[in-house]
Design a protein around this ligand. Structure first.
Ligand code: HEC
Length: 351
């Protein structure tokens, strides 16, 4: 009995002490005053355990639909880049002053001091990101986007986040631009009432899809990307080593000229040079210097001059000026690449 009384007294003292501490106003809540190490640890562990317990049963849908990259990119640029930054930007007024600091999502998982280091495979990381975007994180700047965005749009952002670290500033800009000028190209497809509507409502029509986990692409959204965006998405797929996605952008009959050699179909390219080209681009820095484009409703060209710095397969440093001519045609699924011509020379030799 005596022991019981002591325990009750102890609990009362701790409770009163705790309440006293809370009411005293001693604890700093300002964002510019960092938590002590133990408090930081406690909050971080609380957050990660809580998220892990809630993401276990999330089924990750296929994230390799090319269109997701475009939808997700435009959304990211509108709603997230102010805090989570973008290629070429290391700080913003918003990101610098937030506490906890929003991780720089353009840096990739290895590069930032975020919390994904120990979050295992791609699937776990995708599920975790989906959950965080949908539900937000209490007492941080991270809002819940679930109340305003359906699952399909959130998955598209997750898909975009996987490619974001591979984008250079110019590619990022092209990929994330909302394609407005596309509407004229869609006139002949206006058999469905929403096909003639603006891209914004093409996006909205996605909210009619309530099967949540599945990314259903209305035909209109696929048609809404520009040839420049397709080329940027193609490059991003190459750079991230995603062969399946690369192939989605190539027409089956694509003709590829590279250094005097010709490859005459998508399958031929996939079986020969694609692997080596992706490996080279993966460790290279591509800087777009000049890009132009033109064409009509059904066929278009995009020419790109860039500087590529990296290493040859034998470890020799490479610094080349590269030129690319791409021809695209409009298919039922949107713009696809039918011809590519690549050539390059030593960058220093460029007049
Ligand atoms: C107002 C600033 C702000 C905006 C806008 C914002 N976030 Fe966040 N986000 C944060 C902060 C702060 C954290 C870190 C929270 C923490 O550590 O507890 C975070 C965390 C995250 C994480 C987890 C990262 C990690 O590695 O732990 C993801 C993923 C994320 N945000 C995605 C997004 C996406 C996608 C958008 C746009 C739809 C977005 N955020 C908009 C501030 C923001």
């Amino acid at each position: 009995m005596k022991r019981f009384k002591t325990a009750v007294a102890l609990v009362a003292v701790v409770a009163i002490g705790g309440l006293g501490f809370i009411y005293s106003g001693v604890y700093p809540m300002s964002a510019d005053d960092a938590h002590s190490k133990p408090v930081y640890w406690a909050l971080e562990t609380l957050r990660e355990r809580s998220i892990a317990a809630r993401t276990r049963d999330i089924e990750v849908p296929p994230l390799d639909d090319p269109q997701m990259l475009l939808t997700g990119g435009a959304d990211y640029n509108d709603m997230c880049a102010g805090c989570h930054l973008k290629p070429g930007k290391t700080s913003s007024e918003m990101s610098a002053g937030l506490y906890p600091q929003p991780p720089n999502l353009a840096l990739g998982i290895e590069g930032h001091a975020g919390h994904e280091g120990g979050h295992g495979d791609v699937n776990t990381s995708a599920a975790r990101r989906f959950w965080i975007i949908k539900h937000g994180i209490k007492a941080s700047g991270m809002a819940a986007f679930g109340p305003t965005h359906d699952d399909a749009r959130i998955w598209a952002m997750v898909a975009f986040l996987q490619k974001l670290p591979t984008l250079d500033p110019v590619q990022y800009q092209i990929l994330t631009a909302r394609a407005e000028g596309e509407m004229q190209g869609m006139d002949h497809e206006s058999d469905a009432p929403q096909a003639a509507a603006s891209e914004v409502s093409a996006r909205d029509s996605k909210s009619d899809v309530h099967d949540g986990m599945k990314m259903t692409q209305p035909h209109t959204a696929a048609a809404a990307s520009t040839p420049e965006q397709v080329m940027a998405a193609f490059q991003a797929a190459m750079k991230s080593g995603d062969a399946a996605l690369v192939k989605r952008w190539l027409a089956p009959e694509v003709l590829i000229y590279e250094g005097g050699a010709a490859e005459r179909s998508r399958n031929e390219y996939a079986a020969h040079h694609l692997g080596a080209d992706m490996a080279f681009l993966k460790q290279s820095r591509v800087e777009i210097i000049k890009q132009s484009s033109g064409g009509g409703d059904d066929a278009a060209w995009v020419t790109t001059e860039s500087r590529i710095r990296g290493e040859s397969s034998k470890g020799k440093p490479i610094d080349v000026a590269s030129t690319e001519t791409a021809l695209l045609k409009k298919t039922a699924e949107g713009w696809r690449i039918v011809h590519l011509h690549w050539s390059s020379q030593d960058f220093k030799a460029v007049p």
